[in-house]
Design a protein around this ligand. Structure first.
Ligand code: XMP
Length: 496
């Protein structure tokens, strides 16, 4: 076995800890992650004793910075007006720092902040190397001990030079970096064969990139031991079921069951408006349907899913770390404990951009790889409040007009994800000479590289006006259209 360099990430429960791994994979230093805790809270996570005496380089991020200051003799405070969420600009101090090589070419760098408490005094031996208007200790370091501590998140896409900072840090620690998608594919295929043996597998196929890549990868590993099941839960977009079934019958030579279960799902969701109950109900029914089809193919013992790392980190914490549950993503948190099948999830450690790279590696068509993500619970989580067939129908038609507009303006590939949501309220309008009392819609479009953080898309007012007019003219039941200008954080991409 090859001996890889080792990098240890101490997970204090940040939602984005695995992005650090995503940026670096196999390396060899301590990195302290961010986390939702306050160093003042009882039971706040602390690093293992002795970490600071090992003589290895350490990088502390956000809460990781606060922990370092707290442990090494600095001070952390909470106070009004010190919380910062979102974009900030850091400017350098006089002295330069090795891990900031390539930074500040234009005098300042954009960074992404997401913190409540703040450092109010740095520990002995540390100096300040960068400040932002709300974070006087944005970048701090004790270069002699090779301790570095930053208040922002270098691992997210919205800190454009963050990857460079990690690269500098890792070079300083002396790593080589030997993680590739080709190697991942071979490793994944080997693991699938090992896990499955000669058993049968069914794969939940949604037509999205994730489940498709998972299916093709598993098919490559075990061939016809795999059957795909496409579940139509009545929460799909306009024409989607037909498109997916046609595409898979035309492009792939895999057995595919088309299960129309819309009555089952929509019946069970009647009267439910709580987002978590919706998600768990859908998750439970998916499993019931899969179990039924596992029997129908002659006893499949494995269920394959295209679960991605972000689905995992936002539902439960990786390796039992202290992350807070934001949403129960249907293919993770909704799983009943005693499911009669074992899971095959070959994409569980990957991010969306990596899944797309793996899809290319596997030869999937580009048009397919570029599709916007669509969540497992479908339109249910774009219909806050009670779900009715009438609302779903309005939503489907409005969403189709919106996406058509985006394509016509040549914006589809610039956007990570765009969709309409139907709001749980009616508003008064006037059309022709009459009064209307109809639904309001929210349009959402975001840019992102992995779904973990996102910026709302800055459409022009002309585009928004034209789109609102088209939707109201073409979709009966809608008389008002809003555009959602929330980034993630503080929002999530979906409304629920
Ligand atoms: P949020 O709303 O959590 O979404 O910011 C991040 C990304 O995940 C998708 N999403 C899901 N995907 N099952 C899925 O397969 C789910 O339950 C689920 N919930 C959200 C969402 O569309 C976005 O791309």
């Amino acid at each position: 076995m090859t001996q890889h360099d080792r990098l240890l990430i101490i997970d204090f429960g940040s939602q984005v800890t695995q992005l650090i791994a995503r940026r670096l994979r196999e390396l060899n230093v301590y990195i302290f992650s961010g986390g939702p805790a306050s160093v003042f809270a009882e039971g706040a996570p602390m690093p293992p004793k002795g970490v600071f005496d090992l003589g290895v380089p350490i990088l502390g991020i956000c809460y990781g910075q606060q922990v370092m200051m707290h442990c090494l003799g600095g001070r952390v405070e909470r106070g009004h007006g010190t919380a910062e969420f979102g974009r900030a600009y850091v400017t350098p101090t006089e002295e330069r720092l090795e891990i900031l090589e390539g930074w500040f070419a234009d005098g300042r760098e954009q960074v992404w902040m997401s913190h409540g408490d703040h450092v109010s005094a740095i520990a002995p031996g540390f100096k300040v190397y960068g400040t932002s208007p709300n974070a006087p200790f944005a970048i701090t370091a004790d270069p002699a001990r090779r301790f570095f501590a930053v208040q922002f998140h270098p691992e997210v896409h919205h800190t454009p030079k963050g990857a460079k900072l990690y690269e500098n840090f890792v070079r300083l620690a002396g790593f080589k970096g030997d993680w590739t998608m080709g190697a991942y594919r071979e490793e994944a295929i080997r693991k699938i064969r090992e896990q499955v043996g000669d058993q049968k597998v069914i794969c939940g196929l949604s037509g999205g990139v994730d489940s498709s890549v998972a299916a093709v990868l598993i098919h490559e590993a075990i061939g016809d031991q795999l059957t795909c099941v496409f579940v139509d839960h009545g929460l799909l977009r306009l024409g989607e079921a037909e498109q997916v079934v046609t595409m898979f019958r035309d492009h792939y030579n895999m057995p595919l069951i088309h299960a129309d279960e819309s009555d089952l799902f929509l019946g069970a969701l009647e009267g439910i408006s709580d987002p978590e109950v919706k998600r768990k109900t859908i998750g439970r029914l998916f499993i019931e349907v899969f179990e039924k089809h596992a029997k129908s193919v002659g006893g499949a013992t494995f269920l394959a899913q295209g679960t991605l790392y972000p689905d995992v980190i936002e539902s439960v914490s990786f390796s039992g770390g202290p992350s807070v549950t934001i949403k129960s993503h249907h293919n993770v948190g909704g799983l009943p404990e005693k499911m009669g099948m074992k899971l095959v999830e070959p994409l569980r450690e990957l991010f969306k951009d990596e899944v797309r790279a793996l899809g290319r590696e596997l030869g999937l068509p580009e048009a397919f790889i570029g599709r916007h993500p669509f969540p497992g619970p479908g339109l249910a989580i774009r219909c806050p409040g009670e779900i009715t067939r009438e609302k779903l129908d309005i939503l489907r038609r409005a969403d189709a007009v919106y996406i058509d507009q985006i394509r016509k303006h040549g914006l589809y590939d610039e956007i990570w994800q765009a969709f309409a949501a139907i709001l749980p309220m009616r508003t008064v309008g006037v059309m022709g000479d009459g009064r209307t009392y109809d639904y309001a819609l929210a349009l959402r479009a975001v840019t992102s590289v992995d779904g973990m953080t996102a910026d709302y898309y800055p459409f022009t007012h002309d585009f928004l006006g034209e789109t609102a007019t088209r939707i109201i003219n073409e979709v009966q039941g809608v008389n008002r259209v809003f555009y959602d200008c929330t980034s993630k954080p503080p929002g999530t991409i979906e409304l629920e």
